[in-house]
Ligand binder design. Structure first.
Ligand SMILES: C[S@@+](CC[C@H](N)C(=O)[O-])C[C@H]1O[C@@H](n2cnc3c(N)ncnc32)[C@H](O)[C@@H]1O
Length: 264
């Protein structure tokens, strides 16, 4: 996704917001997450499969396909209104928990789990370019069978509860406080059992984003910040940066995909 940084719709409105000042750096708990509009978010970010999401999904798919997973407990954290991280884990899932905090997003996810929209078919076709995924006869039915939506905060995740996980565009985009961003990464990694494969995606340099008319905060992370947050809790870390060319929107620098396995 490209969290529409400041401009546009969906995650986007119409003009780049000024950089946050000290007085408008909300913490996660200060944000009205129930004003997040999943329809606007999907319309803006995912209604057409973009090259950057295709690349991130393809790399995530290949990473999990090589991870020797079978019939495991999977989790996607901060799922919001995006199904492609969950699709990237689907062939390996005994169960798939989608953990999300915002009430409208939870409702949207519950509807999508039952029978997801055709909009997600191109995303599955990217997955199905790999034989392991192509072998799954009906991803829609499979997600309905294994998917469960849980209204829970990343900061309340249980420890060592899942065998594989994803968290896309969350740690950078749920607060303006860098310490909370780090904390979210730590909680996500800690929720996975030691040795579990994971994929985490970030917007680098984001200064916030709109969803419909509402503005949401972000932390303008740099690649080094991500490495510093993840390295202590992971091994076999691999980073891949996707720079949109030409830039699709202003307000962020690039997307970063980090894959690896959790340390004990
Ligand atoms: C920028 S969106 C990312 C959504 C989706 N993962 C994607 O790839 O597009 C950030 C998401 O984090 C959710 N969120 C905010 N605070 C959270 C929290 N404390 N715990 C879990 N999710 C949270 C928001 O509701 C929103 O769905």
């Amino acid at each position: 996704m490209a969290l529409t940084p400041a401009a546009g719709s969906g995650c986007g409105a119409s003009s780049t917001p000024p950089p946050p000042t000290r007085s408008d750096r909300p913490a996660n708990s200060q944000v009205e997450w129930d004003s997040f509009d999943p329809q606007a978010y999907v319309r803006h970010n995912y209604s057409a499969l973009r090259d950057d999401d295709r690349e991130i999904l393809g790399r995530t798919r290949d990473f999990f396909a090589d991870a020797e997973l079978s019939d495991v407990r999977c989790v996607d954290v901060g799922s919001g209104a995006n199904l492609y991280p969950a699709l990237s884990l689907l062939p390996f899932a005994h169960s798939m928990d989608l953990c999300e905090w915002s009430t409208p997003n939870v409702s949207w996810l519950r509807t999508q789990i039952d029978h997801y929209d055709e909009l997600w078919d191109p995303y599955w076709r990217v997955c199905a370019e790999h034989p392991t995924y192509a072998a799954l006869a009906d991803p829609r039915i499979r997600l309905a069978q294994v998917g469960r939506v849980r209204q829970t905060s990343v900061f309340d995740l249980p420890k060592h509860a899942w065998d594989a996980g994803t968290m896309f565009f969350v740690a950078c985009s749920i607060s303006a406080d860098p310490a909370e961003s780090q904390h979210a990464i730590g909680r996500f990694l800690g929720a996975l059992r030691p040795g579990a494969p994971f994929a985490v995606a970030f917007m680098l340099g984001s200064r916030g984003y709109h969803v419909g008319q509402r503005w949401f905060p972000a932390v303008a992370l740099q690649r080094a910040d991500v490495v510093a947050s993840i390295a202590a809790g992971a091994y076999d870390l691999d980073l891949h940066e996707v720079r949109p060319t030409p830039p699709l929107r202003d307000g962020y620098l690039s997307m970063l995909l980090a894959t690896g396995r959790t340390r004990a």
